[in-house]
Each structure stands twice: as C-alpha cells, then as structure tokens.
Design a binder for this molecule. Structure first.
Ligand code: GLY
Length: 370
C-alpha cells in the first residue's frame, strides 16, 4: 500500500492506494465519520458491484450507510442532480463538520465535491474513486463541477477532499474500454513530465491493464504522486504548472464536443488522441522530433487507445474542430493556451499558438491515411 500526501496549507490530506482498502474503511475514514449513518453518494453500478463490502466495513466500525445513488454517466452532473443531492444531504442533517463519501468515478466525485463545497457554505467530503481515471486524476486536486447548457464543468469550485482511498480491487469490475480510457491519463503523466515513467509504462503497460497488483499499484501511486506535487505547487491553476495536466485536453475537448460528449469517444480516449495530436503538432512546429511524436502515438496505440484522427471517421473539417476549441473554458483574453512538448516528459504551456496553423494541421490529420 502507498500513502501519498497532498500538501496544501491548511488543507493537506492523504491519498491511500492499495488493494482491498475498502475493507478497512471503518478505520481509515474514522476521523471523518461523526454520524452513525454515514452519508454516501454512490454511482449505482459501482454500488451494485462493491456496496456490500462498504457496508460490511462500516458495520465493523459500528456504523451503517445512508446511500444516495446516482445513475452512471455525465447526465448525472446537472443542476437537477445537484439540487436533489443537496436536498437529500440537508435531509440527512449534514453539518459543516460532517463528511460525505463520494463512491464512484469522476461524475460522482465532481458532483459530490461540488455539493460539499456549497452545502452550509462548505462541508467535508472523502473520495473513494472506483475507476482508474478517477483514482489517478479526478479524485485528487479538488476540482469539482457540474455541466450546464453551455458546456462541461462550467459551474464548480475548488474544494479539496479530506481523504482519498483508492482501492485497486474496485477496478476489477471495470470494462476493458473504461480501464484503457483511465490508462490514457496514466500515460499522460509520463508524457507531460516523467520520461522514465513513460519508458516504464511502455515496458509494463500490458501488466497494468491486466490489473497485476504490483505494476498497477506502482502506476496509480506514481500518477497520484505527480498530480499531488503539481497541485501542491499550483492548486488553483494560476501559475501554469497545473495547466500541464491539461495535456491532450484542448484537442481532446474539440473531439468530445464534435462527438456530442457521448460514448462514441470517452473522455480518456479523447485525451489519448489529443496527446498524440499535441505531440504531432509539436513536431510540426519543430519543437520535437517526428520520431518522438511517433513514440507517443505508438504508446497510445499499444494500449488499445485511438491514435489517429482520420480513423475516427468524423464528418467535419479542421475549422469546425477549432471552433469547438474556442468554447473551451481555458480560453483567456481571446487566446487559447495549448500544452505542447519540447520532448517526451517535457510539456510546456504555449500561449501564442496560431489557430490558423492548428486548423491546417487538423485538416491534414483528418485526411491522413495511416
Ligand atoms: N484534471 C486536471 C486537473 O485536475 O487539474
């Protein structure tokens, strides 16, 4: 088991990574459970798969669960779900000093975290992420949000959890596609800031995806440690450091928007392809060798993730994708920052990217035969 601290003035917390941690929930989360009935917001599929273990662990600690189930998928990150959740939490008599447990993937974590941020002007919450993507990314760092008519994650708050418990056993029930989508975020850490980790993943990625305990634990703990270090330096994404975590997200956001934020392209899949496009665009600008861009594409492809834009079969052109980018929440004073590469493991924020270049590049990528 690994314990990774997230060091933030007055809001430090730990991320526990290991197999079977849910069984120790009663002990691990004891300081954050004041009520005999512990309020849990749970993804209904994750609860069906693992809820019994949670209940048994709570029973051992003399507690029980009060569960608010959330349907899987982005459709649950709405104003309506937020209102229903807040009303339920108020019905549970939640006070500021209480903690709500978020049990599920990024949707449940984002929704619960945002409800906790605004309930009684801020109560506590504990993250129990049950997807690979949530374990390595969304459960750590305090970004919480819901979606609105205007787009994804446009209403939210920075609100840090009090504890994160990443039980690797919950990944056993994920579909292979969801697992791969989460793996894209693992690969992202290597590409953005750690060449040695990227090389390690090239050697051990298949074992990680096969959920072999030791390599999986290493991959999750290394990813969390990198995220923790970045968040500790730039909690609110103001210095440019945390923005590096958006590698692959600007291109990816355009692809998600074009595919209607649907299951046609999962978020992690869009990040994987977005990362390849960021690497290929960096090569086009002469920032990295074409060989390095190909190495990133090969790593993505070997993990069974989309590595070629033309293969997606989109019915659009580069101008349309750039148009989606203009609605990205990262737009700043009319300019869109891109995360590009000086090398594998050397991402940086490029603030002066010419969108005409991006459009031409995307037109070429859409037409390319690979
Ligand atoms: N998922 C990117 C971040 O937490 O900043």
């Amino acid at each position: 088991m690994a314990v990774i601290p997230v060091a933030l003035a007055g809001r430090s917390y730990e991320v526990h990574v290991g197999r079977g941690l849910i069984d120790s929930l009663g002990t691990l989360a004891a300081p954050f459970m004041r009520k005999t009935q512990v309020p849990i917001v749970a993804d209904s599929a994750a609860w069906a798969a693992h809820g019994r273990r949670v209940e048994a662990a709570l029973a051992e600690a003399g507690r029980s669960a009060a569960v608010f189930e959330v349907a899987p998928g982005e459709g649950s990150k709405t104003w309506e779900s937020l209102a229903a959740l807040c009303d339920w939490l108020l019905d549970q008599g939640i006070e500021r000093g209480d903690h709500v447990i978020a049990f599920g993937g990024g949707v449940v974590g984002d929704l619960t975290g945002f409800a906790a941020a605004i309930l009684k002007r801020g109560c506590g919450f504990v993250q129990l992420p049950t997807t690979l993507l949530a374990q390595v990314d969304s459960s750590v760092g305090g970004k919480t949000a819901i979606n609105t008519r205007a787009g994804k994650n446009l209403v939210g708050a920075f609100h840090q959890p009090a504890l994160v418990i990443a039980d690797l056993a919950t990944l056993d029930t994920l579909s292979s596609r969801e697992l791969r989508a989460g793996y894209a975020e693992v690969l992202k850490y290597g590409v953005l800031g750690d060449r040695a980790f990227f090389d390690w993943l090239n050697e051990h990625g298949a074992e990680v995806l096969a959920l072999r305990e030791e390599p999986l634990g290493h991959a999750v703990a290394t990813s969390v440690a990198m995220k923790s270090a970045i968040v500790a330096q730039d909690e609110r994404e103001t210095s440019g450091k945390r923005a590096l975590l958006n590698l692959g997200h600007t291109f990816g956001h355009a692809l998600e928007a074009e595919t209607g934020f649907s299951s046609r392209l999962l978020h992690g899949e869009s990040v994987a392809l977005g990362m390849v496009l960021a690497a290929r665009f960096s090569a086009r600008l002469g920032l990295i060798d074409a060989g390095d861009a190909q190495t990133v594409a090969t790593a993505v492809e070997s993990a069974g993730l989309p590595a070629s834009l033309s293969a997606l079969g989109l019915d659009c052109d580069g101008a349309r994708l750039v148009d989606h980018m203009l609605h990205d929440k990262k737009m700043d004073a009319g300019r869109l920052p891109f995360i590009l590469l000086h090398g594998i493991g050397e991402a940086f924020v490029a603030k002066n990217v010419d969108l005409t270049d991006v459009r031409t590049f995307l037109d070429e990528e859409l037409a390319a035969v690979r």
